[in-house]
Design a protein around this ligand. Sequence first.
Ligand code: GLY
Length: 569
Amino acid sequence: MLLRAFTTALLSLSLAACATLPAPQSTAAPTPTRFEAGMVSAADPRAAEAGAEILRKGGSATDAAIATMLALTVVEPQSSGIGGGGFYVRGNADGMVDTIDGRETAPALAKPDWFLDSDGKPLPFREAVASGLSIGVPGNVALAAEAHRRHGKLAWRDLFAPAIRLARQGWILSERGRDFLLRNKATGMRDKAAAALFYDAGGEPLPVGTKLTNPVLAETLERIAERGSQAFYNGQDGADLAIAVARDTPRKATMTEADVMNYKARYRKPVCGTYRAYKVCGMGPPSSGATTVLSILGMMERFDLSQMSASSPTFWHLFAEAQRLAYADRERFLADPDFVSVPVPQLIDRDYLAHRSGLIRADKTAETVEPGLDLIPPDGDEPPENGTSHFAVVDRDGNAVSYTSTIEGPFGSGLMHDGFFLNNELTDFSFVPEKDGLPVANRVEGGKRPRSSMAPSLVYGPDGKLVLAVGAAGGGTIPVQVTKSIIAFIDWKLPIAEAIAVPVLYSPDDTVIVEKGSALEALIPGLKALGHARVVAYSLPLKTNAVAVTSQGLIGAGDPRSEGVAVSQ
Ligand code: GLY
């Protein structure tokens, strides 16, 4: 009861913050760089509060983001956690940006035929997910340790306190949490330990309002808190993780203790570009996030979007066409840069994007869309997923962290180890190693990181100061959610809560998908009239979180399609 009341209080706190939003935000006033209180936006109120608690104790944005990631492992186990990986984008108020890649790696023994059956055919997707074949070496703990080493202020162990408390003392199962358990019963119940935590003896999810605890996870977190990241990757814990994955893998080749022990989070060069007078920075390969966001923005820039709105069919048509072009490049070129040469500068080059934008006509749909650079072989398929969570933090000094964390699909592989779900991130690789006789860039290889769509982003204003930390969950839709929110924030000057709420149109190929139940459904005939042959309304897995810096201070928001909230320090 207490916890429920606490959550309600947080929600009203967040709604109160939204109610005082200035509309529209002025971009002309000087952007503040110090604040009375920092802010955390996350997909679950308990996790946002965990981050805010760390800010109150004097923690940095990085400290708070790590605490939020750990708390999400407990309270949103279907989406992300220490059994998965993530990308961390950190910037100071003036635009110095660092990025760390905590993406999972394939075992060293993995080969391009990893997801093929004995006849050389791709395994059925669900079969691949629900086995050790899908599990990559988790990266979030190594990422957190690296980020903390560079930008932490509080002691490492302090960052674990809120998550350990939640796991030990309990959290309340929400309607959304139960819905995930219900819809993903097969994965959620695959492991006896997981089934015992979340389902009753008859296999039904526990009722909404149940106080859940996860003492095994509390102990795991305590070990990492006390002994550092080596408690996860080295010694008996690392060996046990590899053994658990091997036991679940229907192959002789599998994850080994050495794979776990050798895992390294990697610093990557941030990928930054401009959109109008703004600088947008994000995560480069192995994520396709920043290149895809910048590519769509770069193609949209020549259109006067300030004269359009979310109800303008022309806007959505242009947005669909820009997406088709950007995703064609993404499909072909994006993969792990340690294995494949990814032409990042060319893909976001202004002249190149102006040329690509020239292929877009306002009155007509392009019949076919091809990648624009003739450099490397084509890329392959990508499955849908929605087991991801984004969180954004801005601290009192104006330092920001935009961090997207994932276990890939709901409950990841369904294998629970030491109280957390192990990811199924390797299914983000192409199952097909060759296409048209040529190797696919995102094919499986030993030690490689699968391509991601995650797009944790930071936006800097015309004065060079931070204006927005934003990111999303939702598989391939992630770059589109982020781009749409940035356009709504910059061109339409919408308060960030409204920018996030603007509906989504997703058009990675020749099918245009509009968000089911949104106002965009009414635009379907208009889009068809412009030549889009297939326009459908689907429920999309949408979940954006952001914190904006305005002339009035920090304003955060969660996605109205989720339980997401922003909590002030
Ligand atoms: N698994 C989500 C992503 O990396 O895009």
